[in-house]
Design a protein around this ligand. Structure first.
Ligand SMILES: Cc1ncc(COP(=O)(O)O)c(C=O)c1O
Length: 395
């Protein structure tokens, strides 16, 4: 008898992947430029030149046996040292190399963190809309994901709903800001209030509630006035799950890290739990070529001006056509209110105009759709008449 849960997971493709595959088939049928695929969050701008140049230099100058060999499970010490120094300079923290654990991207950071802290039956709260894999990762680690709706129309945190969801079984809260799929950045006021709330309920139940920040989009913020608060400065029992997939356009290379707050009470056990979970999950170590790359390009970001241009173009057009949209401050997603109650029906109708968009139901939020605008500006230009016709079809 196989593990039914995993067999099932392997057989059921996510509806985002399903739509992406549909898009590929449709493009083959009617032509690449006739299909407007806004389904998937694959960065559309190339990795910065520094990335390829640095990889070439590393390949030329490093000892190949060492370069392609194992590193320590936590990651190369010198890489972690550079990164912890950089985080301290940037955010005023006091981390050292042994607060960091190099991973194969945010997905690995999250699965390792959840496996490190969860026992069977523990609850993990997140805010809807949320990245659908949180449920898979949490359940695989023995936990139960509890989704708390954000405030409607603004997608800010709803503290009344949060308080009514916190229980003696709550072990962690996951936040993701800038958010996939809403593009919303949680304000400092919200992070302060969240920290106070978690402190209050940790004390009330006598259990630590960990705050996990899932941060693949930290660097993708379009206006200087928008700040993404660093959770370690607000809440001691916090863990950052970082990734370079989106900031350096390297999603296929799998590199990121976990940073455990040195201020937390049981730091050494939590960090040991991270190392243990990484070991039990068989990660061994993050790819060394990319660890060495990050050591040199830790403060470089892809050209996000293209995403900003896409956001502005799409936001202005969609609002002009009558769609209701929260203007995203970051990431590369837009969450649009469906003109009909059933967002899946709206997505089906959009297909008639060759527009591929994803129902919010998949992100725990009915009545909305996600548009991934990590596409070429030309495709957005070509897609606008289709969005206009789609809007008119509801007039
Ligand atoms: C919110 C969120 N978290 C985590 C991930 C996983 O990212 P990575 O490629 O770094 O594993 C994604 C990927 O799209 C994401 O959107």
């Amino acid at each position: 008898m196989l593990n039914e849960k995993n067999v099932c997971l392997g057989k059921v493709r996510s509806s985002i992947r399903e739509l992406f595959e549909y898009g590929k088939a449709r493009k083959a049928e009617i032509g690449e430029d006739k299909v407007f695929d806004f389904s998937i969050g694959n960065p559309s701008v190339p990795a910065p030149r520094e990335v390829n140049d640095t990889i070439a230099e590393i390949l030329k100058t490093y000892d190949p046996v060492q370069l392609h060999g194992y590193t320590s499970a936590q990651g190369d010490y010198s890489v972690r040292k550079v990164l912890s120094d950089y985080i301290n300079t940037r955010f005023g923290t006091t981390l050292n190399a042994d607060c960091l654990y190099m991973t194969c991207g945010a997905a690995a950071s999250l699965t390792i963190t959840l496996n490190a802290i969860l026992n069977n039956g523990d609850e993990v709260i997140t805010f809807a809309p949320y990245f659908p894999e949180y449920k898979v990762f949490t359940e695989h680690a023995g936990g139960k994901l509890i989704a708390v709706d954000c405030e409607e129309d603004t997608f800010r945190l709803d503290f009344c709903k949060l308080e009514s969801s916190l229980t003696a079984h709550t072990k962690a809260v996951i936040i993701n800001s800038p958010n996939n799929p809403s593009g919303v950045v949680y304000s400092e006021e919200d992070i302060l209030k969240l920290s106070e709330t978690l402190e209050k309920y940790s004390a009330k139940y006598g259990n630590t509630i960990y705050l996990i920040a899932d941060e693949p989009y930290r660097e993708l913020v379009f206006d200087k006035s928008v700040k993404v608060p660093y959770i370690m400065n607000y809440y001691s029992d916090s863990i950052v799950c970082y990734s370079y997939s989106k900031s350096l356009s390297l999603p296929g290379e799998r590199i990121g890290y976990i940073a455990v707050n040195d201020k937390m009470q049981n730091f050494s056990d939590v960090y040991a739990g991270v190392c243990g979970a990484g070991r039990a999950l068989g990660f061994v170590c993050a790819p060394n070529l990319f660890q060495q790359l990050i050591k040199k390009v830790y403060n470089v970001t892809s050209d996000i001006s293209i995403y900003k241009k896409n956001r502005d173009k799409l936001y202005n057009a969609l609002t002009e056509y009558g769609f209701k949209v929260v203007k995203p401050d970051g990431a590369f997603y837009m969450f649009v209110k469906s003109p009909e109650q059933d967002a899946k029906a709206f997505c089906e109708r959009a297909k008639n105009y060759e527009l591929l968009i994803v129902a919010g139901d998949d992100f725990g939020c009915k009545g909305y759709v996600r548009i991934s605008y990590c596409v070429s500006p030309e495709m957005i230009e070509r897609a606008l008449p289709a969005f206009k016709k789609l809007a008119e079809s509801y007039a």
